[in-house]
Design a protein around this ligand. Structure first.
Ligand SMILES: [Zn+2]
Length: 658
């Protein structure tokens, strides 16, 4: 989220149907409602996607997570969502609608005088409830979401307008007056309603979303393309994306045409010509627009929009991202592609950018099936998402990367940042990209304990692993009857020597290259077992653009173990609660003291002689720095202490080449 000028400164300071009887009964019965919803009256005219995907995702309710760090994090997130009562969430909407409300107002960006009010309470919160229901079967959150939809519907004006702030904010937008980001907020509400319809079968939510769409269509009438170009300079979230989705659901072309009007030529044209002109742009303002472009391609087949999305994905993930998968510094892309020198800050890697980049990866991967997409996805998931929540469900805004920084979380009801909202959604959908299919074959992309119920093919697959605390995963098939298909196992780019695969206990002769798929094509039978070894080893990633005078030597490097970014544990001395939690209402946040990067001496760019594995099971490591040994842990497990991700390799350039 791009802050208003004053706020920004202050912060910087401071489908399941019944399975065949021979397959173990899935725990899915309660979730069937989500599927029929999409096949009801509104969907009769639904617009199917163009046949542009080579692989398809599974519905959220077809994949159930088994116990792991992901399920624990998801449970914490759900508890936090449950702690927020509907009457407080809907308070500012009721005030705006002239309805009585005596609830205690929420704080931060939900305060009754904040120009973004409603973005979390009437938007992200609904999406999170819908996702938690579809992914995890959380009936209580579905009920909570249903109550909130009904309460918000009562606040919707006859012309379709629904917001916690007045329509006059849009007059300010169209007349060039200062206003924070009205379409950004409307997008969150619109998307929340559409998620409650798609994932939780709430028909009233579709009605509300249709009303919002109608209001947008009418509001856009009369504005020229030049007017639009001017207004699009103000952050508008992914309103194009939600309008395309409404078009797909209803088949009403006016929503598609309205979405087209949010095409921003200054952003899209260079990308369509494979030019990275992102320097100087606010990062998270752009990613949702690109997700909208991706959705346009899927619905219309226009190749321009695939180029825009694919090139954007390529340049951001390959040339603008830290080792963690995060991107941005002080919320902006301040440098050219391939150059992150000087960009390790206290406000690096805004969390919701990583969230949105994972959403974009979901689209782009489905078109090209490139396993590299999941090298990025996995690295970002473990390093830029999983460790962004504390044990009470509070979320990070930034993911600081300057040595000596600590994690800084929102407060329960006094912050409601963009990253609070996207985090609440993300931690409710960890099951969403573990598996894909192409109608015939199955793709295993993530090593996350889970059960896949592929009812259409009579296939159930159970994946059991303690990964990354063990370097292997085990898959077992349950089949109604023998079936011929290929099981494509992702072989990560980080995989070490000695990898192998066993089918029913027999080691196969063949394997596959790192960064590709190992394809097992055979007639599978009920009970067949596959065990995939995933040897993990220490490896480095340089900070792009920070190479020294000597080729192959980099002064700033991150160390990874498999997909996990490792960080030096610098202790929690002097860290107070106020230095780790806050919101706008609590005043400027204290800045962590800057600390020089930890200096190590590596003989070559890939040397690991300065880091050793203390315990692979417990993911404990130790570095030898210029000043002594240093305990090291995965970044996603560091809480309540300072850390350093990048190490300074100050090997004397005049020494002999290693
Ligand atoms: Zn954010």
């Amino acid at each position: 989220m791009q802050h208003g000028v004053d706020q920004r400164r202050r912060f910087l300071k401071g489908a399941a149907t019944a399975l065949a009887a021979t397959i173990a009964a899935p725990r899915l019965g309660a979730f069937d409602v989500a599927e029929p919803a999409a096949k009801t009256a509104a969907a009769k005219q639904a617009i199917p996607d163009q046949p542009v995907r080579c692989v398809q995702p599974f519905a959220l309710n077809q994949v159930r997570l088994l116990d792991s760090d992901f399920t624990q994090a998801a449970a914490i997130n759900r508890r936090y969502l449950q702690s927020l009562p509907v009457d407080r969430l809907v308070h500012t909407f009721r005030l705006q609608a002239g309805l009585p409300s005596h609830a205690a107002p929420l704080g931060g960006w939900e305060k009754p005088d904040c120009e973004l009010r409603g973005h979390f309470s009437g938007g992200h919160y609904l999406s999170a409830c819908a996702l938690a229901y579809a992914s995890e079967g959380d009936e209580a959150l579905k009920t909570r979401g249903d109550e909130l939809v009904a309460a918000l519907a009562a606040c919707q004006r006859p012309n379709g307008y629904l917001s916690a702030f007045p329509e006059s904010f849009f007059d300010r937008l169209s007349s060039g007056q200062k206003v924070w980001a009205p379409f950004y907020t409307i997008h969150k509400i619109h998307a929340g309603m559409l998620d409650m319809y798609r994932h939780a079968g709430n028909q009233q939510a579709l009605k509300v979303a249709t009303g919002i769409g109608d209001w947008i269509v009418r509001w856009l009438n009369g504005f020229s393309d030049a007017d639009m170009a001017s207004m699009l300079k103000t952050e508008y979230g992914g309103i194009n994306d939600s309008l395309y989705e409404l078009y797909a659901i209803t088949g009403n072309e006016r929503y598609r045409d309205a979405a087209h009007r949010f095409d921003q030529a200054s952003l899209f044209d260079p990308l369509a010509s494979y030019r990275d002109q992102l320097q100087g742009l606010h990062a998270n303002t752009q990613v949702p627009k690109i997700i909208g472009a991706a959705r346009r391609y899927e619905l219309t087949g226009e190749p321009r929009y695939r180029r825009i999305a694919e090139f954007f994905w390529e340049t951001v993930t390959q040339h603008r991202s830290y080792a963690t998968g995060g991107t941005s510094n002080d919320e902006f892309w301040k440098t050219g592609p391939g150059d992150l020198k000087g960009q390790l800050g206290l406000y690096s890697a805004e969390s919701c950018v990583a969230y949105n980049m994972l959403k974009l990866t979901h689209h782009v991967y489905s078109w090209n099936g490139d396993p590299r997409a999941f090298d990025y996805y996995e690295r970002t998931l473990y390093n830029a998402r999983l460790g962004t929540q504390d044990t009470d469900g509070m979320k990070l805004y930034f993911y600081p990367l300057r040595a000596g920084a600590n994690k800084f979380y929102n407060s329960p009801t006094g912050s409601f940042w963009c990253c609070t909202g996207t985090g609440a959604e993300d931690f409710a959908r960890f099951n969403s990209n573990v598996y894909f299919h192409d109608g015939q074959d199955l793709y295993v992309n993530l090593f996350v304990p889970s059960e896949l119920h592929w009812a259409q093919q009579g296939v159930m697959l159970r994946q059991e692993t303690r990964f990354p605390r063990e370097p292997r995963t085990r898959l077992q098939l349950k089949l109604a009857q023998p079936a011929s298909f290929a099981l494509h196992l992702r072989i990560p780019s980080w995989i070490g020597a000695g990898a192998k695969v066993q089918v029913n206990g027999e080691t196969l002769d063949a394997f596959a290259s790192p960064g590709s798929y190992l394809s097992l094509q055979r007639e599978w039978r009920d009970g067949d077992r596959v065990e995939l070894d995933l040897p993990m080893h220490l490896h480095t990633m340089p900070l792009p653009g920070d190479d020294s005078q000597i080729a192959m030597l980099y002064s700033q490097i991150a160390m990874l173990y498999g997909p996990l970014v490792l960080a030096a544990r610098l202790g929690g001395q002097g860290l107070t609660h106020a230095m780790q939690y806050g919101g706008y209402s609590t005043g400027p946040e204290p800045e962590p003291p800057a600390q020089p990067a930890l200096r190590i001496t590596a003989a070559t760019s890939n040397a690991t002689d300065w880091m050793r594995i203390v315990s692979a099971d417990e993911l404990r490591f130790e570095a030898t720095t210029r000043t002594g040994t240093q305990p090291v842990a995965p970044l996603n497990q560091i809480y309540g202490e300072r850390y350093a991700v990048y190490w300074l390799n100050d090997r004397d350039a005049s020494a002999d080449g290693g």
